[in-house]
Design a protein around this ligand. Structure first.
Ligand code: NAP
Length: 326
């Protein structure tokens, strides 16, 4: 079928293109052309989706039957897609858990029981919730919104898992949160999510889905152990109480990627993913995700870090202060 990827040159979208080609679809991508070209085999259409005239001009009569939308960040982007793509047979949209009004802190139960943002704020979560509403109205029952949690894997430019891999590979004494190591967490590999999104669009599946791996498939400490196994370093964990981390100025999620303070972590990671499992979202072994990400980091040119958010990782001066005397 004719499948349009809104996005497709960066991370998740790149894997969606690969999955769609694998399934035999005729694939086109729509991007500004800033982040490079899509994988070979896809036709690159160019334009800014915030511009209402750009998508119709780029399609130039080509009528997609299926859409996977990985690139929507603004209200205009959603409105413009809704105006053009309402008649497709399947539209899989990549949203976020941030579309929920109460996440974080969560917990998040079954999708339909949880309110999403209804405000006009120009913020990530409210914008995703707006996009879900306008696209669902335009597409109807064949609109699926995948409220993704943490997405990882090869081609990830966000560098949260990447920073841990780099730091752990250098070995030595490494600051870890004392209370956080046994916190159950879950990730979704972009390649698993991509295959599933294409499948959902193909069958015109509708509805909202918390799109992540089963909670408790690993723990924070389990993930760090896998990183150490994969990189082969001699890293030694130095657990630091979270009060000390906070008092020293360590920022949650940013300085120690994926770390949240204990109370918040307990609810933020607690997301019901029953529906995702029922609809066939699979989770490859964590070891495979970490090993493939590390292999990609060794062999490929790394994409530039996004400029709109702080670079992940513990500043050296904070690490030295925290390790001193321990
Ligand atoms: N990473 C996570 O942990 C996480 C968690 C929850 C949800 N998500 C969501 O997952 C999605 C995945 O993003 P990704 O970066 O992996 O997707 P991607 O499709 O691989 O990359 C983003 C694409 O959007 C294009 N783009 C950006 N602005 C555009 C514009 N104004 N008009 C047209 N194209 C535009 C970029 O190309 P150009 O720059 O060339 O235009 C790029 O191809 C996002 O929607 C994100 O909100 C991610």
């Amino acid at each position: 079928m004719r499948l349009l990827v809104l996005g497709g040159t960066h991370f998740l979208g790149r894997h969606v293109v690969g999955a769609a080609l694998e399934r035999g679809h005729e694939v086109a991508t729509f991007t500004r052309g800033v982040s490079g070209a899509p994988p070979e085999g896809a036709r690159a259409l160019c334009g800014d989706r915030d511009d209402p005239a750009a998508l119709p001009a780029a399609l130039d009569g080509w009528r997609p039957e299926l859409v996977v939308d990985t690139s929507c960040q603004t209200r205009a982007a959603a409105d413009n897609a809704a105006a053009v793509l309402g008649g497709v047979a399947g539209y899989a949209f990549v949203s976020s858990l941030n579309a929920y009004r109460d996440w974080p802190p969560g917990p998040i139960g079954p999708e339909d029981a949880q309110p999403t943002w209804g405000t006009d704020d120009d913020d990530y979560g409210p914008n995703k919730a707006h996009a879900e509403r306008v696209l669902a109205e335009a597409v109807g029952p064949a609109f699926l919104t995948a409220r993704a949690g943490l997405v990882v894997g090869p081609h990830d430019p966000v560098y949260r898992l990447g920073w841990w891999l780099d730091r752990i590979s250098r070995g030595g004494r490494i600051v870890v949160p004392a209370e956080g190591l046994d916190q159950p967490i879950s990730l979704v590999d972009a390649r698993d999510l991509a295959v599933w999104l294409v499948g959902m669009a193909e069958r015109g599946q509708g509805g909202a889905v918390n799109a992540k791996g089963p909670v408790g498939s690993t723990t924070y400490g389990g993930l760090l152990d896998v990183c150490r196994d994969v990189t082969g370093g001699d890293a030694e964990w130095v657990p630091v109480p979270e009060d000390d981390l906070v008092a020293t100025g360590v920022q949650e999620w940013v300085h120690l990627p994926l770390w949240l303070r204990h109370e918040e972590a307990r609810t933020a990671w607690d997301v019901d993913t029953t529906r995702a499992r029922e609809l066939g979202l699979t989770t490859r072994p964590l070891e495979a995700t970490v090993a493939d990400t590390w292999a990609w980091m060794q062999t490929s040119e790394r994409p530039p870090l996004p400029t709109h958010r702080p670079a992940p990782g513990l500043p050296v001066e904070l690490e030295e202060r925290l390790l001193a005397g321990r």
